[in-house]
Design a protein around this ligand. Structure first.
Ligand code: HEM
Ligand code: HEM
Length: 237
C-alpha cells in the first residue's frame, strides 16, 4: 500500500489510482466506441457514394461494415477483460465500487448531485477513485455494453460464417426479431454518444473544481489527493 503513495508536500499525496490495464481498457474502449459510432451511423444511414465504374471500386460500404465488425470484436473482448479486472484489480477498479448496493454510495451520489447538478454546494466532493455518481453511471454503461454486444453479435450471427457470433443468435428472437434488435442497437448508439458528451464535460469540470489531475489520471494513473493531517498520522503509525 505505502509503495503506491509518494509524498509531494505535507498536504498533497500522489496516489496511484488507475492501474495500466484499466487505462488501456479505457482508451481501447473509447477508440472502439468512436469507430463503432461512426461506422454504425453510416450502416444505418448509408451515403450514396459512387466513384468509378467497376463494382470493385464501389466496395466502400463493405469496408465500413468490416471496420464495424472488427471494432465490435475489439470492443467486446476489451470489455470482457475489464469485467475480469473488476475481480483482480486494485481497490479502485473492483466491481463493488460500481454496483451501488451500499448506503454510503447513495449518500455519495446525492453529494455529487448537489455539486454537479443542483449547485447547492460550490466546493468539491473529493474521492480517490471514481465518485459514487460516476461509478454508478459506469455500471449502467457496462450494462448497456452487454446489450450492445448481444444485439450486435446476434445480428452478426445471420451474416457471419464464424461460430462465435452464432453463440448470440438466441438473443434476437428474444427481443422480437431482427428489426427490433436493430432498433435497440441503434438506440444504444445514441445513449453512448450522449454518455460520452456528458462524461467528457464532467471529467474536465471535476478536474477544474477538484484540481486533482483527474483527466490525466486516465493517462498516467496518478491523482493528487489532499490529505487530512490526522488521517496522515494514522497511516504513518
Ligand atoms: C458501441 C458499440 C456499437 C455501436 C455504437 C454500434 C452501432 C451500430 C449502428 C448505429 C448500426 C446500424 C443500425 C441501423 O440503424 O440499422 C449497427 C449495425 C450493426 N452492428 Fe453495431 N454497434 C456497436 C457494436 C457492435 C458490436 C459489438 C457488433 C458485433 C459484431 C455489432 C454488429 C453490428 C451488425 C451485425 C450490424 C448490422 C450490419 C448490417 O446490417 O449491415 N455492432 N451498429
Ligand atoms: C477525450 C475523451 C475522454 C476523456 C478525457 C476521458 C477521461 C476519463 C477519466 C479521467 C475517467 C476517470 C474519471 C473518474 O474518476 O470518474 C474516465 C472513466 C471512464 N470513461 Fe472516459 N474519457 C473519455 C472518453 C470516453 C469514451 C468515448 C468512453 C466510452 C463510452 C469512455 C468511457 C469511460 C468509462 C467506462 C470509464 C470508467 C472506467 C473504469 O472504471 O474502468 N470515456 N474517463
Amino acid at each position: 500500500m505505502e509503495q503506491n503513495i509518494l509524498k509531494l508536500d505535507p498536504k498533497l499525496k500522489l496516489v496511484y489510482v488507475w492501474q495500466q490495464p484499466v487505462r488501456i481498457f479505457h482508451w481501447v474502449n473509447a477508440l472502439a466506441v468512436l469507430m463503432l459510432c461512426i461506422t454504425g451511423y453510416l450502416i444505418g444511414a448509408p451515403l450514396a457514394i459512387q466513384h468509378g465504374t467497376e463494382a470493385s471500386f464501389n466496395y466502400w460500404f463493405g469496408i465500413i461494415r468490416a471496420i464495424h465488425f472488427i471494432a465490435g470484436y475489439v470492443f467486446f473482448f476489451n470489455f470482457i477483460f475489464r469485467l475480469y479486472w473488476g475481480f483482480v484489480g486494485n481497490e479502485y477498479s473492483k466491481w463493488d465500487n460500481y454496483v451501488p448496493y451500499k448506503k454510503k454510495q447513495w449518500k455519495g451520489i446525492w453529494e455529487v448531485l448537489k455539486v454537479d447538478i443542483f449547485q447547492l454546494k460550490l466546493g468539491p466532493y473529493e474521492t480517490i477513485g471514481h465518485n459514487s455518481l460516476a461509478s454508478t453511471t459506469y455500471f449502467m454503461t457496462f450494462i448497456a455494453f452487454i446489450f450492445q454486444s448481444l444485439t450486435g453479435f446476434g445480428l452478426y450471427a445471420a451474416m457471419s460464417p464464424s461460430w462465435f457470433p452464432k453463440l448470440f443468435s438466441w438473443f434476437v428472437p428474444l427481443v422480437g426479431g431482427d428489426m427490433a434488435a436493430r432498433h435497440l442497437h441503434h438506440l444504444l448508439m445514441w445513449v453512448f454518444i450522449l454518455f460520452a458528451m456528458i462524461h467528457i464535460y464532467l471529467v474536465f469540470y471535476h478536474d477544474y473544481i477538484e484540481r486533482n489531475g483527474v483527466t490525466s489520471s486516465m493517462i498516467g494513473g496518478w491523482k493528487f489527493i489532499e490529505v487530512n493531517e490526522d488521517e496522515d498520522k494514522m497511516n504513518e503509525d
